[in-house]
Design a protein. Sequence first.
Length: 352
Amino acid sequence: MFSRLPFSFMFLFVMITGTLLSLSSSHWLGIWAGLEINLIGFLPLLVYQKSMMESESGVKYFIIQALGSALLMFGSLSMYSLFFTWEMSKISSIYLVGMMIISCGLCMKMGLFPFHFWLPSVMAGLPWMSCLLLATWQKLAPLFLISLLMEVNSIYWFVLVFCVISAGSSLMGGIGGMNQTQVRSLLAYSSIGHLGWLVFACLYGDWLMKIYLFIYILISLCIFISLYYSNLSMMKDLNNLGNQYYSELGIMVMLLSLGGLPPLLGFISKLLVVLSSMNGSMWGILFILIMGSLMSLFYYLSLFFSLVLNKIKSNGKLNHIYLISNNLLSLGLLINLMGGLMLMTTGIIENI
């Protein structure tokens, strides 16, 4: 994974400290300082293998994060010049320009639409563990800050702007992943689509966003660790795993779960958001979110069926029957487990 030298653990500690400082701070200056500390700790972890692609991705990531930090600081200073306070709760939402500049800075740092262009190219050149941190941990602070912004400024235009951002992120995540052959870029577009769902979930409460985020991090952790040990980089490499049928099946089931195929775990998080928004007025936004998820599920299913058909073609009939029996056992266990989780979650929602 990471280098075992002591400085790797030091930078990991600095990265975690910066995120916790941003999440625990109540004013914009502390939030900005925490994000910068997080960036200082994360950048050396991007380039620990010292390859050209890692260096290119590291420079791209640094430029984007620096621009996002500049927007965040500029918006915060413009708000401070009017209200003479850094406290988030005491800043009025009357000054629309400052709020939009701060929101643009956070969206750029996280890779939300329309600032999503950098994420696939950056992830394409990174090792798997750096991709895991970029897709999960690095999203925590900006996402919780956006949720807090929507709580403090729950006016219609501000909520509508983030609804459009969430819908655009879901669509871009679905459309962008259609023609991808590299696994890292595909997972980057999938991350963009899930960020759209996470921002939309913020409209209906922190608990919904936290549940969705926990499920997404859990699935991403399983996928990235499996891909790390399988040493996959392109989609066609799935056919080169030899007789590692369980590895192929496990990776594909986790990808389908990430796409939201029922009754797997990834479907539960989307079901929670849909059920929570049934009484709202954002039907058009919800429809666009579902369309983006269906596009994502389409290319995962296409990959799954092409893999299965190639295995049927390359293996004999007896091997094929043996493969199907083992895979059906694994799928049965997964579906029963995830189906039970889905029923349990539905019961919790009804009680709430």
